[in-house]
Every structure is written in C-alpha cells, then in structure tokens.
Design a protein around this ligand. Structure first.
Ligand SMILES: Cc1cc2nc3c(=O)[nH]c(=O)nc-3n(C[C@H](O)[C@H](O)[C@H](O)COP(=O)(O)O)c2cc1C
Length: 141
C-alpha cells in the first residue's frame, strides 16, 4: 500500500503535524501489510499560487500553465492509495503554502459539476483520474 504524507507545517520534522502523521503510519504498519511511504514537506516545495486562468480546463486540459513542483505533487497523489493531509490550524484555516497546493489541484478535476452532487452530495467536480479505492486522512493540530 502506497502512503503519501503531506505535511503542511512549516516546522517540518519538529512539528506536531509530522509527529502525528508518522505515529498514524506506524499504527498502520502494525496491520502487517507492506507499506511504502513518501512524505512531502509543503513549505520546502516551490508551489506558486493558482492564477485562476482555467487553462488547465480549456487550453491544455489536465495541465497547469505554471511549471513548478506541483506537477510531481499530482504524480504522487495519483501514486498514493492513502493520502494523509497533516497540518496545523492557522487562523482556523490551513497554512498559506498548503492552500496554494490545494488550489493547484484544479487540473485533477473536470470542468463541470457531477449531476448527482458528487461524493459529498453537496456539489463537486468529478475527478479527471480514477481515484476509486483511494483514501484520504485529515490530521490537524
Ligand atoms: C499564524 C498562526 C496561526 C494560528 N492559528 C490558530 C488557530 O486559528 N487555531 C488554533 O487552535 N491554533 C492556531 N495556531 C496554533 C497552531 O495551530 C498550533 O501551535 C499547532 O499545534 C502547530 O502545529 P505544528 O507543530 O504542526 O506546526 C496558529 C499558529 C500560528 C503560527
């Protein structure tokens, strides 16, 4: 099973977020299933803010016009069976660099809404890729 930890704390390996995410993975390891884990420290990546140009939907479907580390983040999100988003609350939201990463996932979804409201039932864009069977874990300190 492939596990991706996205650590949104700028405090890296000293952070509560990092410690909690790694404790969670250690717990998963106790199941005996072979795990392959990769970690991303968001504040060490070069991820520029979304320009809101929608070229990833119209001009170059699935491809952002910005060339930076987000391309490899998307590859890792597609590689992972379980993605763990671990971050501190900053003003009741996520730290800025992590918000940039979240926004830059736009190429991963399609430019229309799901007729049935999507997985949440509250309206969402279907994914461009097969994400069935993938799991998301949210840890916030
Ligand atoms: C800029 C900033 C904003 C914060 N805003 C909140 C907040 O809205 N609510 C909260 O409970 N803690 C807030 N905190 C505290 C952090 O979430 C808390 O110290 C967290 O455990 C740090 O996690 P980390 O070690 O993973 O970075 C804030 C801290 C900073 C630096």
């Amino acid at each position: 099973m492939n596990i991706l930890i996205i650590n949104g704390s700028p405090r890296g390996e000293r952070s509560n977020s990092w410690q909690l995410a790694n404790a969670f993975v250690a717990g998963m390891g106790e199941s005996g299933k072979p795990l392959e884990t990769q970690e991303l420290s968001v504040s060490r990546l070069n991820i520029r803010p979304c320009l809101g140009c929608f070229s990833c939907w119209s001009k170059t479907p699935g491809q952002c016009c910005i060339s930076d580390d987000m391309k490899s983040v998307i590859e890792k999100l597609l590689w992972a069976d379980v993605t763990i988003w671990s971050f501190p609350l900053y003003y009741f939201s996520v730290p800025g660099p992590l918000k940039n990463l979240i926004d830059r996932q736009l190429p991963m979804v399609l430019p229309f809404m799901a007729e049935d409201g999507g997985e949440t039932g509250s309206g969402s864009h279907p994914t461009r890729y097969d994400m069935s069977g993938k799991r998301t874990v949210v840890i916030s300190t």
